[in-house]
Design a protein around this ligand. Structure first.
Ligand SMILES: NC(=O)c1ccc[n+]([C@@H]2O[C@H](COP(=O)([O-])OP(=O)(O)OC[C@H]3O[C@@H](n4cnc5c(N)ncnc54)[C@H](O)[C@@H]3O)[C@@H](O)[C@H]2O)c1
Ligand SMILES: N[C@@H](CCC=O)C(=O)O
Length: 542
C-alpha cells in the first residue's frame, strides 16, 4: 500500500452569506423555516448510535412564540448517562486506533456538509429554537461551526508535526495520544457553534465523548447529531443525552474513566462542577483535563478623543445583537462626560430603526431572550433600576412575556460605577453606562479593572495613540479578547482566538491549538539505533 505524509487543505473562513432580499439563500432559509415550523419532531437521545426514547417527553417551543410546538424530546436520567459512558468506552477501542487522516476527513466532510446541504437546516433550527435572526444564525451555526471544524483539523496536524530534536544515533518522537478515558462536553444554549465544538474538538484528537446540551438548545443539537452521523462519526464516539445537568454531572464525575471536561456556560456552574471533580479526584485513573469558558462583564471604554459614531455603533451591535446573549456582549460602558451627549444622540438615532419580534420576520434585529427564567431575571433588574436612586433607565426598559420572552434593548445610566448591573452578568439586552469626568481617565481604568470578577472581552475607543497604548497596557488583565476601536463581540475562528481569564474561564482559546492540546496526553518515544554494550564511563578507563 502506498503511504504518504499527508497535508490537509489549508483552512479558510466560511464566507458569510448576506440574506439580502432577492438572494437565493434568503429564499432557501425561508422555505426551511416554514418546513420546520410545520412539523412536530419527536427527538430521541443518541447513545452508541441507537436512538433512545424514554417516553418522558418535554415540549420544545420557540422563545419568541411560546404557544407554538416545534417538537418533544425524550428526557433521560442517570441510567442513560451510564449507557452513554459505556458506549463511549466501547467505541474508544476502535476510534483511538483510526489513522488521523480519517478523523480529519470526517470533520472536513462535516464542514462541507454544514456549509452546503445542512446550512439552512441548522440555521433555521437555531433561529427557531434559540430565537436568533438570520444573520446571527449564519455567523454562528453555519460559519463559526464550519470554521471550528476546518481550523481545528489544521491545528491538529500542526500539533502532530511538533517533534523533538534527536542526538546522533537516536530517534526521538512524540505521539499525541488521546486521553485515557472519555470526555464530558457540557454545552450552553447561546451558540450552536460552541455546542458543536465542545465534543468534536476532543473527538478529532481521538477521544470519545458524552455530550449534554442545554435543555433550551436540544432542537439544534438534534440536527447537529444528524450532521455528525452523515459526516461519518462512528457510533459511540459522540453520545448525546438529555439528562439534567446535575444528574449527568453526578454520574460522570464519579466515574473512574472520566478524563476530561469541556465546558462553556456560566461561572457558577463551572465552579460547582470543578469542585465536584476535585472532591472525586482520587477516583480517577488519570488527572482530568478541565477546560471551561464562562461568564463575562464585557466593557466599552471611550476616551474623549473617540469617534463618537463608532462608539454608538459598538454600543448598538455590541450590547444588543442576539439580545445581548453573547458571552462577549458589552454590558457596561464608561463614557467621557464631554462626549456622552453626542454619543447617546447617535445611539438613539440608530435604535429608532431597531425592530423587535420573531426571527422569521427578517426585518427584526432583536428577537426574544431564551426562556422565562432569563426573562424574569432581566425584567427584575430593569424594574429595580427604574426604582433606584443611583440609576435610571434612559432607553427601552419594556418587557412582555405574553407571546414570547421579549425584553426591549435597555440602557441604564448610573452614578455609581459599582452599581449592581455594572458588576453582575445579566446575559440579556441590558447595558449600564457610567459617565466619567474627562480628567479622570486613569482613575476610571482603575475602577473598570476592579469592578467585576470577569475578564472576557473589552474595548477601548480612542483616536489618541498614546491613550490607546496606555489603555492596552493598563487593562492587560481585564480581558482575554481586547479590541481597539471595535465592538467587543464577533471573534472569528483563526483570526481572534477566543477566551477569557479571571472568573471568565481557563482561557484555553476555543478553536485554537491551545485548546486541542488539552485533549491529548503526549508520549515520548526514544529509540536508540545502536545500544551501548559496556556500562563504563570513559573516565573509569584507568
Ligand atoms: N466564555 C465563553 O466563551 C462563553 C461562550 C458562550 C456562553 N458563555 C456563558 O454561558 C452562559 C450562558 O449559557 P447557559 O445559560 O447555557 O449556561 P449554564 O451555565 O446555565 O448552562 C451550561 C450547561 O450547564 C448545564 N448545567 C446547568 N446547571 C448545571 C449544574 N448545576 N450542574 C451541571 N450542569 C449544569 C446546562 O444544562 C447547560 O448544558 C453565560 O454565563 C455566558 O457568558 C461563555
Ligand atoms: N465568537 C463569539 C463568542 C460568543 C460567545 O458567546 C464572539 O466573539 O462574540
Amino acid at each position: 500500500m502506498p503511504k504518504g505524509i499527508f497535508q490537509v487543505p489549508p483552512a479558510v473562513n466560511e464566507p458569510i452569506k448576506s440574506y439580502a432580499p432577492g438572494t437565493p439563500e434568503r429564499a432557501e432559509l425561508k422555505k426551511m423555516l416554514e418546513e420546520l415550523r410545520s412539523q412536530e419532531l419527536d427527538i430521541p437521545m443518541f447513545i452508541g448510535g441507537e436512538e433512545i426514547r424514554t417516553g418522558n417527553t418535554k415540549r420544545i417551543h420557540p422563545p419568541h412564540e411560546i404557544a407554538h410546538t416545534l417538537g418533544h424530546y425524550h428526557q433521560g436520567d442517570e441510567t442513560h448517562v451510564h449507557m452513554a459512558i459505556d458506549a463511549a468506552l466501547k467505541a474508544r477501542k476502535q476510534w483511538v486506533n483510526l489513522s488521523w487522516e480519517h478523523r480529519a476527513a470526517i470533520f472536513l466532510k462535516a464542514a462541507d456538509l454544514l456549509a452546503g446541504p445542512y446550512r439552512q437546516l441548522i440555521n433555521a433550527a437555531t433561529m427557531l429554537g434559540q430565537s436568533k435572526n438570520a444573520f446571527q444564525a449564519e455567523i454562528d451555526s453555519a460559519c463559526e461551526l464550519a470554521d471550528f471544524f476546518r481550523f481545528n483539523v489544521q491545528y491538529m496536524t500542526e500539533i502532530y508535526a511538533g517533534q523533538p530534536e534527536s542526538a546522533p544515533g537516536i530517534w526521538d518522537r512524540v505521539e499525541y495520544r488521546p486521553l485515557e478515558g472519555f470526555v464530558f462536553a457540557l454545552t450552553p444554549f447561546n451558540f450552536t457553534s460552541i455546542a458543536g465544538n465542545l465534543q468534536t474538538a476532543p473527538a478529532m484528537m481521538g477521544n470519545v465523548t458524552v455530550w449534554k446540551p442545554s435543555k433550551t438548545a436540544v432542537y439544534s443539537a438534534y440536527f447537529l447529531m444528524k450532521l455528525f452521523k452523515e459526516a461519518g462519526v462512528p457510533d459511540g464516539v459522540i453520545n448525546l443525552v438529555y439528562a439534567s445537568g446535575p444528574v449527568a454531572a453526578k454520574e460522570i464525575f464519579s466515574h473512574p474513566d472520566f478524563a476530561g471536561f469541556h465546558f462553556t456556560g456560566s461561572t457558577g456552574v463551572f465552579q460547582s462542577t470543578w469542585k465536584a471533580i476535585g472532591d472525586n479526584i482520587a477516583k480517577y485513573k488519570t488527572y482530568p483535563r478541565i477546560v471551561g469558558e464562562t461568564g463575562g462583564k464585557d466593557y466599552i471604554l471611550a476616551h474623549k478623543s473617540c469617534d463618537a459614531k463608532g462608539v454608538a455603533t459598538a454600543i448598538v451591535r455590541g450590547a444588543f445583537e442576539y439580545q445581548g446573549q453573547k458571552c462577549s456582549a458589552a454590558s457596561r460602558a464608561y463614557m467621557p462626560a464631554s462626549r456622552w451627549e453626542e454619543i447617546f444622540g447617535y445611539v438613539k438615532e440608530q435604535m429608532a430603526e431597531v425592530k423587535m419580534g420573531p426571527p422569521e420576520d427578517f426585518s427584526n434585529f432583536v428577537n426574544a431572550v431564551i426562556d422565562e427564567t432569563s426573562f424574569d431575571l432581566l425584567a427584575g433588574a430593569i424594574d429595580e433600576a427604574k426604582e433606584s436612586n443611583e440609576a435610571k433607565v434612559i432607553l427601552g426598559g419594556g418587557h412582555d412575556k405574553s407571546v414570547g420572552y421579549f425584553i426591549e434593548p435597555t440602557i441604564i445610566l448610573t452614578t455609581n460605577p459599582k452599581y449592581r448591573t455594572m458588576e453582575e452578568e445579566l446575559f440579556g439586552p441590558v447595558l449600564t453606562i457610567y459617565v466619567y469626568d474627562d480628567n479622570k481617565f486613569e482613575e476610571t481604568m482603575d475602577i473598570l479593572d476592579s469592578t467585576s470578577i470577569y475578564a472576557l472581552t473589552g474595548c477601548i475607543f480612542a483616536q489618541d495613540r498614546y491613550i490607546i497604548e496606555k489603555a492596552t497596557k493598563r487593562l492587560v488583565d481585564t480581558a482575554g479578547n481586547f479590541y481597539i476601536n471595535d465592538k467587543p463581540t464577533g471573534a472569528v475562528v483563526g483570526q481572534q482566538p477566543f477566551g477569557g481569564s479571571r472568573g471568565s474561564g481557563t482561557n484555553d482559546k476555543a478553536g485554537s491549538a491551545i485548546n486541542l492540546m488539552r485533549w491529548v496526553s503526549p508520549r515520548t518515544i526514544k529509540e536508540n539505533f545502536v545500544p551501548p554494550h559496556d556500562f563504563k564511563y570513559p573516565f573509569l578507563a584507568e
